[in-house]
Design a binder for this molecule. Structure first.
Ligand SMILES: Cc1cc2nc3c(=O)[nH]c(=O)nc-3n(C[C@H](O)[C@H](O)[C@H](O)COP(=O)(O)OP(=O)(O)OC[C@H]3O[C@@H](n4cnc5c(N)ncnc54)[C@H](O)[C@@H]3O)c2cc1C
Length: 296
């Protein structure tokens, strides 16, 4: 079995491609599963030190939100990402960032392109989301227009530079699809928070692809016990609100499990009954389906 440092050397600067021209690479990592356990034992005492005890302790920490030991590990990544995606990414304020400067250097000559069969349709349910795809024939028109637009924006930019316009001003009409590059350093606690938010299905597909790459290609192998606990207690866990617990209790008391839609509507929270559209009710319905408590 390879040691942690051998694993780090295998992963360091390995370029994981994301989207059409993006990437994620591990630059550095401080700590491993054991570093987190070691930090926690300052609070919890020496106790026993077997691997299974490490696992039990890590799972306890994750389950109960004892977050500070996870801050003892840090990860530094190099990322190449389209600016629209980066705009969402950079909202995670707890990271340290150094980004490629388009004041100082000529903007990276690459823009993210959408294949004809990948134009997503606006979701009817979720104003921030998408569902389904535009037919490919229409997508071809959009992809061709995208290419034309990006090429035009780049040539206008290049013309400004050729005429001596300052890079800081010449860049202002570059599209948000233009790639940028950055070093991004964050502790494991805040990285898991980023991953939990950006791996969620309601997160935009493009940033989700980055989160999947970071999570599954880099963090899972580097911190296997942390990752297992993260999946069990956060990523794949399902919080049930007081209202949702009430729905389940009423269905169980009425012996209506698995329930039909009519039973669910009878058992729903009283506050939802008046509402023709209710997102909380929809989310509850979805959770009950996942649990097999409501028929599809
Ligand atoms: C699906 C989705 C949709 C979104 N939609 C929008 C949108 O429409 N508009 C929009 O503006 N943003 C939107 N966001 C961004 C979102 O509101 C957060 O800004 C972003 O996800 C970063 O989360 P965070 O603040 O928890 O993370 P971080 O900035 O990494 O902070 C981590 C944690 O540190 C603490 N923290 C950090 N800074 C402070 C502070 N100054 N004061 C108190 N506590 C702090 C908080 O507990 C925080 O959760 C969206 C995010 C997601 C995932």
């Amino acid at each position: 079995m390879s040691t942690h440092s051998e694993l780090v050397e295998t992963l360091r600067w390995k370029k994981f491609p994301v989207l059409d021209d993006g990437l994620v690479a591990l630059v550095d990592v401080m700590g491993d599963d054991r570093a987190i356990v070691q930090a926690a034992r300052v609070s919890y005492g020496e106790g026993t030190r077997t691997v299974s005890d490490d696992r039990t302790l890590l799972r306890y920490l994750m389950r109960h939100g004892h977050t500070s030991p996870f801050e003892m590990a840090e990860v530094k990544l190099f990322v190449r990402v389209p600016m629209d995606c980066w705009r969402q990414w950079i909202r995670h304020r707890t990271a340290s960032v150094n980004e490629y400067s388009t004041r100082y250097s000529v903007a990276i000559d690459a823009a993210q392109r959408t294949p004809p069969d990948q134009w997503r349709l606006q979701s009817a349910q979720n104003r921030q989301g998408s569902e389904g795809f535009l037919p490919k024939e229409l997508g071809e028109e959009l992809s061709a227009a995208e290419l034309e637009l990006q090429n035009h924006a780049r040539s206008v930019y290049q013309r400004r530079l050729d005429l001596g316009v300052a890079r800081e001003q010449a860049r202002k009409d570059l599209p948000l699809s233009t790639y940028t590059e950055a070093y991004w350093k964050i502790d494991l606690h805040n990285l898991l928070h980023f991953l939990e938010l950006r791996l969620a299905p309601q997160s935009q597909w493009e940033i989700r692809r980055y989160a999947q790459t970071i999570g599954y290609e880099i963090i899972r192998p580097l911190f296997p016990l942390v990752w297992e606990a993260f999946e069990d207690y956060r990523l794949l866990a399902m919080p049930l609100s007081r209202l949702e617990q009430g729905v389940i209790e009423r269905l169980a008391q009425a012996g209506k499990v698995p329930a039909a839609e009519e039973d669910f509507l009878v058992a729903q929270d009283p506050a939802w009954k008046e509402l023709a559209r209710c997102r909380e009710r929809d989310e509850c319905r979805e959770k009950l389906r996942r649990l097999g408590l409501l028929r599809p």
